[in-house]
Every structure is written in structure tokens, then in C-alpha cells.
Design a protein around this ligand. Structure first.
Ligand SMILES: [Zn+2]
Length: 442
């Protein structure tokens, strides 16, 4: 098995001499002094972790493990993270790139290409591509995934059924959530109520893409009415553009307040905030905060699509205002979004890749402080998943151990030799072979 250490094949053992980001510990920190002896690493603490029967039993300062005759593995000061939570993906679009690449790399090019490909999305074809994505994600150390599913017409039924079967097959390994994806004008058609019923039937989340148009308020009213009627949470794509006039995020917040909506609301992308005046941003953020909306940013996809023009070097990169949102007390998660499809040609369903790229793109590193939460505990909270994405006694021992000793070493290298533990047991981290997909995407 690849990896820099071998974890004992035992029900009860210790991981000693590890380091964890302070922000990922959800416990009484008084016995865990920050690692101040190490210059510039004040965001880490040195710990020994006891694993018993698939869960974290105790976390103590390094050197205080009561190992006794239990097996122990020395992490050599390597980092321990909880498993990732990837809260915005499109597993149904994943890996279609070989048969339908984006002709010009633009958002419209992606939209048209995927629409033309919908005819290929038969149940078994969808199942294999979606499962390939799950295999990558699981292998990289992810525990929970939310995927959007294109849901126009009969495709909605097909996609939710395939998703449900995968959720059943993978229930011991991954927690999966699904959101329906249609443009919001769909909610003013007779198909709206059956769609909400479909989502409710499969325990999903109601969602869609909000575009600026004359009916946006009516459309959102209908979405919120249906969400309340069927007891559904909400997840929107908002303002995935660099047009400063795009303010659908604000319309969502106003609708939430108007409907006194008590469920969870997430809005993804919010790119246009990056090109709006401070006054416009301020008005929107005040409403977003009041409406208790969580934001998920998808930096890799934004970099790929935003400000793309022929023979032009992109100046604006489309990533939303991560720091400013956080400073306003609005929860900000980071996620992978599309993977090897016309909306994003690359990616590998890797939470660490999302974190590393976002750190560089968004300057999330001087200091890193809370940002490791954006791919772990914060998406877990926004998805309503208890005990995920944190390190604490009694939490499942779903952990990633890195050879990297510092966040600098972590972000600098690929970390292909990471160790993934699921319920305390080391899993095989060999990634699936693209050749598996050949029968489905060529
Ligand atoms: Zn998306």
C-alpha cells in the first residue's frame, strides 16, 4: 500500500508525535499548549491520538500517551487532519471531457456542451461516471459529499434514482447529499411541484441556478414556498459571472427574510461580489448575514471559466470575497465543483487540492488561522453533519495523516503519500484508473 507509514492493523492503538491545526480541534484545549517552541507554527499543536474501536478515544499532548503494550506509530511530527467534506460537486457531469470538451473554455460553451451531452446520460452510464468520482474522493480522504444533479424533465428521475443507488452502495464509506439543478424559471412551470416532490422523496435539497431576469423575485418566491411545503433545505448557484449588475445573492437573502425561512441555505460562487462597489457589497452582505446564508466558493472552476476571452490573458479571476465574507461572520466553505467536464477540465475530487489552490488564489495563509475549517468542519455544519470535519474524543477516527509537518510543507507538495484512516483502519489509497471510464466516455 502506498504511504509514508503503516498504521497498525489493530482495534486499539496510538498515533504519536503528530501535529494538528488548532482550528480543527473541537475540545477543551487547556491541556494542549500551542506549539510555540516551533517558530511560526503557532497554529499547530503537538498531540498523541488514541484510536479505539474506530473512534478517537483521547487526544493528549505529545509525550503523554499512555501507550502501555498497545501498538503505536510515530508520525514524525506529521499533520493529522479530519477527513474532508466536499459540499459542492457535480458528480453527474464528471469525466465527460474525453467525449465532449468545452469548445472555447467559456461558461456558455460549457452550458451548451453539457446540454447536448444529456442524451448520453443513461442510468448505467451515469452510475459508472458518478462512482468513479466517489472512488477518487474517498481515496483522497473525503467523508461527505454534496452533489448537484441536472434535473430538467425526465433526467431528474433518472439522476436521483442513480444517486440513491450509489448512496446505498457507499453508505458505509461516504455520506452523500443531492441537490436538484435547474434554472429558476423552471419553478414557474407546472414541473416545479413534481420536482420538489422528487427531491423530498429522495431526501434531497432544493436548488437551482439563479440568473438575473424580470421574474427572479417570483421564481424565488416559488422556490421558498415549495421548500417550506416539503421541509427542504436550499442550495443555489448565484452570480457565477463578472457582471457587477448580477445581484441574485441579494435576492435570495431578501426572499429568505420575506419567507422567514428556517431551513439551511447555501449559495455557491457569488463571483460578482468581487467586481462590485463597496456600497453594493455592504448592502448584500448585511442581508446575507441577516438571512443566515452560508457561502461556498469554487475557486478552481471560477479560475477556469471567468474572464475567458479568445487570445486574452484573464485579469479578473472570479473568486468571491472570501476574507470579507468571513469577517462579517458569514460561514465560507471551499469545494471542488466540476471535475473533468466542460465547466472545469481538470480536478480529481481532492479536498486537499481545493485547499491548496484556494490558499494560493485567495491569500488564505498569512496566517492560515481558521481556513483549514473551510474544507472540513464548516461544510459539515452547512450540510447539517454532526461530528464530521473535526478532531475530538468520540468522533470517528476518519483521519488523514500527512508526512508534511507544517501547513507550509502541506501546501507546497502534492501529498500523494498521505495515509487515510476510516474508522481507524488504513484504506488503500490507489486512485482509480482513467481506463475504467473508457467504455463510457469515448
Ligand atoms: Zn456548481
Amino acid at each position: 500500500m502506498p504511504g509514508f507509514i503503516n498504521v497498525p492493523d489493530a482495534a486499539h492503538y496510538w498515533l504519536t508525535n503528530g501535529r494538528v491545526p488548532l482550528c480543527l480541534l473541537d475540545m477543551d484545549l487547556s491541556p494542549l499548549p500551542a506549539l510555540r517552541a516551533f517558530p511560526h507554527q503557532e497554529e499547530l499543536v503537538a498531540v498523541d491520538v488514541e484510536v479505539c474501536d474506530g473512534a478517537i478515544a483521547t487526544i493528549v499532548p505529545t509525550g503523554q500517551a499512555a501507550v502501555g503494550d498497545r501498538p503505536a506509530v510515530d508520525l514524525g511530527e506529521g499533520l493529522i487532519w479530519p477527513c474532508f467534506v466536499d459540499m459542492h460537486t457535480h458528480l453527474d457531469k464528471g469525466h465527460i471531457w474525453p467525449r465532449c470538451p468545452n469548445p472555447d473554455g467559456t461558461f456558455m460553451g460549457a452550458l451548451d456542451t453539457v446540454r447536448k451531452d444529456h442524451g448520453n446520460w443513461q442510468a448505467d452510464e451515469l452510475y459508472h461516471r458518478m462512482e468513479f468520482g466517489l472512488k477518487c474522493s474517498y481515496t483522497h480522504g473525503t467523508r461527505g459529499i454534496r452533489t448537484h444533479l441536472d434535473s430538467f424533465g425526465p433526467l431528474g428521475q433518472t439522476s436521483f434514482k442513480v444517486f440513491d443507488e450509489l448512496r446505498r452502495q457507499w453508505r458505509d464509506r461516504l455520506i452523500l447529499q443531492a441537490v436538484c439543478l435547474v434554472s429558476l424559471d423552471y419553478f414557474l412551470t407546472p414541473e416545479a411541484e413534481p420536482l420538489a416532490q422528487l427531491v423530498a422523496e429522495f431526501g434531497g435539497v432544493l436548488g437551482g441556478v439563479a440568473y438575473m431576469n424580470d421574474d427572479i423575485v417570483l421564481q424565488l418566491d416559488q422556490v421558498f414556498t415549495l421548500a417550506k411545503r416539503y421541509g427542504l433545505d436550499l442550495d443555489f448557484h448565484t452570480d457565477e459571472s463578472l457582471d457587477p449588475e448580477d445581484i441574485t445573492l441579494r435576492y435570495v437573502a431578501e426572499a429568505a427574510l420575506r419567507h422567514d425561512f428556517q431551513g439551511a441555505i447555501t449559495c455557491g460562487h457569488c463571483c460578482s461580489l468581487s467586481v462590485q462597489s463597496p456600497e453594493v457589497v455592504e448592502q448584500t452582505l448585511t442581508l446575507v448575514k441577516a438571512a443566515n446564508i452560508g457561502i461556498v466558493s469554487l475557486p478552481m472552476c471560477n479560475l477556469y471559466l471567468q474572464d475567458r476571452q479568445p487570445e486574452h490573458t484573464p485579469r479578473y479571476r472570479g473568486v468571491t470575497i472570501l476574507h470579507e465574507l468571513h469577517q462579517r461572520g458569514i460561514p465560507v466553505a471551499l469545494a471542488s465543483d466540476n471535475c473533468r467536464d466542460p465547466f472545469y477540465a481538470y480536478g480529481d475530487h481532492d479536498g486537499l487540492d481545493v485547499f491548496k489552490q484556494s490558499v494560493r488564489i485567495g491569500h488564505l495563509d498569512r496566517p492560515f488561522t481558521h481556513w483549514p475549517q473551510s474544507v472540513t468542519s464548516r461544510p459539515a455544519q452547512l450540510m447539517g453533519l454532526e461530528n464530521l470535519g473535526v478532531l475530538k474524543p468520540a468522533a470517528p477516527a476518519d483521519l488523514i495523516c500527512f508526512k508534511a509537518r507544517t501547513l507550509n510543507e502541506l501546501v507546497a507538495r502534492a501529498q500523494c503519500d498521505r495515509i487515510v484512516l476510516r474508522q481507524g483502519t488504513q484504506i488503500d489509497t490507489t486512485l482509480p484508473d482513467y481506463r475504467e471510464l473508457d467504455p463510457w466516455v469515448q
